[in-house]
Design a protein around this ligand. Structure first.
Ligand code: GDP
Length: 340
C-alpha cells in the first residue's frame, strides 16, 4: 500500500489557494467582455481551488484499497498496526470533505455566474471561508492518515498463491540459518508489528510449486502465555497465512533453552495454530551427533515419529525438509477466493 504524502490542512489550503490565484491571474490576461471578466476571474479562482484540493483528497482515497476486500492477512495487519475502524473513519472523513467541496464548487460557481460582477469577490471570499472550514474539520483524519502511511509502509509482500510455511522456535535455535539454507538468496525483509528485526520471507521453487518461508523474529520465538492481546492478534494474523508451521528444536540446547522449555513453547504454538499442521525439526545435530547416546533428548524425540534431524549450519538434512514440503497441502481460505 503506497499512501501518498499526507498534507496538513494548511498545506492543502495553501496549495489550493495558490493554484486558484494562478488560474485567476491567467484569466486576467484573456480577452473577455468587460462585464463578465470579474465574474470569470473569481469563478475560476474558486473552481480551481476546489479542484486542486479534491484531486489531492482523491489521490489519497484511491491509494487505499477497500479494506474488506483485502485478504484476511492484510486486514489483520492493518488492524494491528493502525486499527481498521480508525482507518475507515479517517477515509470516511476525507470522502465527506470531497463531497462537500464538490457542492461548494457548484454552489459558488453558480452564485458568481448568476449575480452582478460587483458581488463576485464577496462570494469568492465566502467560498474560501467555507473551504477552509471543511478542510480544517478533517485535520485529525489527515493526521491519522499520516501516521498510517508511516506504519503501513513496507508491508510484507505475500504471494497468496504460494504454499506458506511459518517458522517457529526459540531465539538462536537456527531459524534464520535454516531460512537461508532453504531459500538460497537473501530473504525479503518487511515490517511486521512486534517483530524485532521485521519479518523475513524466503522463496523456494520446487517442482513448479512456489513455497514461501516466513520467519518472524520476536514473535513466534517466545512464550505465548506472556503475550498481550495485540501481540496475540499479530500472531493470529499468521494463522491466515500459514499452510504449515515448521517448529525448530535446538537439540544441543546451546541456544540457552532446555528441551523442556522448547517443548512447552511448541505446545503453546500448537494451541494457537490448532488448524495448521506442524513439521518438527531437531537442529544442530552436528553438536549432538547421535540421539541414541543422548538420554536427555530421547523423551522429546520419542514424542514425534516423523521428526527430521538436521544441521542447518552445514546443510545436513535440508533435502529431507524439501521432500516434506512436497507433501504440504495449501489450505483453501475463503477470503482469498473473494480477493481474486
Ligand atoms: P535464530 O535466532 O533462531 O534465527 O538462530 P540463528 O539462525 O541466528 O542461529 C543462532 C546461532 O546458532 C548462530 O550462531 C548459528 O550459526 C548457530 N547455528 C544455527 N544452526 C546451527 C547448526 O545446525 N549447528 C550449529 N553448530 N550451530 C548452528
Amino acid at each position: 500500500m503506497m499512501i501518498p504524502t499526507i498534507p496538513t490542512p494548511d498545506e492543502l489550503l495553501d496549495k489550493g489557494f495558490r493554484r486558484g490565484k494562478k488560474a485567476a491571474d491567467l484569466m486576467r490576461t484573456q480577452k473577455i467582455p468587460k462585464h463578465l471578466k470579474g465574474k470569470k476571474i473569481e469563478e475560476t479562482r474558486v473552481v480551481t481551488s476546489c479542484q486542486v484540493i479534491k484531486d489531492k483528497l482523491k489521490s489519497i482515497l484511491d491509494s487505499v484499497p477497500e479494506i474488506e476486500e483485502l485478504p484476511m492477512f492484510y486486514q489483520d495487519y492493518i488492524d494491528i498496526t493502525v486499527g481498521v475502524d480508525d482507518m475507515k473513519q479517517a477515509l470516511g472523513a476525507l470522502n465527506w470533505a470531497y463531497g462537500i467541496i464538490t457542492q461548494l464548487e457548484k454552489e459558488y460557481g453558480a452564485k458568481i455566474r448568476k449575480n452582478p460582477s460587483e458581488r463576485a469577490t464577496s462570494f469568492q471570499k465566502q467560498a474560501y471561508g467555507r473551504l477552509a472550514s471543511v478542510v480544517n474539520k478533517i485535520k485529525k483524519d489527515l493526521d491519522f492518515l499520516d501516521f498510517a502511511k508511516a506504519n503501513l509502509r513496507n508491508m510484507p509482500t505475500i504471494d497468496f498463491d504460494a504454499t506458506t510455511i511459518v517458522i517457529a522456535g526459540f531465539p538462536n535455535v537456527g531459524k534464520s540459518t535454516l531460512l537461508k539454507q532453504l531459500s538460497g538468496a537473501d530473504p525479503q525483509v518487511a515490517n511486521y508489528p512486534f517483530t524485532t528485526k521485521g519479518i523475513q520471507i524466503g522463496h523456494v521453487e520446487r517442482h513448479w510449486k512456489h513455497i514461501q518461508i516466513i520467519d518472524t523474529p520476536g514473535l513466534l520465538d517466545r512464550p505465548v502465555l506472556e503475550m498481550n492481546d495485540i501481540e496475540l492478534n499479530a500472531m493470529v494474523a499468521l494463522e491466515h497465512l500459514a499452510d504449515t508451521i515448521l517448529f525448530i528444536f535446538d537439540a544441543s540446547e546451546t541456544c540457552g533453552f532446555s528441551l523442556e522449555s522448547q517443548y512447552n513453547l511448541l505446545k503453546q504454538i500448537e494451541q494457537v495454530f490448532s488448524e495448521i499442521p506442524i513439521i518438527y525439526l531437531f537442529n544442530k545435530m552436528d553438536i549432538v551427533k547421535d540421539v541414541e547416546d543422548q538420554e536427555y533428548i530421547k523423551p522429546y524425540v520419542d514424542e514425534f515419529d516423523d521428526a527430521i534431524f538436521i544441521s542447518a549450519i552445514d546443510g545436513e538434512g535440508i533435502e529431507k525438509i524439501s521432500k516434506k514440503f512436497d507433501t504440504i497441502k495449501k489450505i483453501e481460505r475463503e477470503s482469498e477466493d473473494d480477493f481474486y
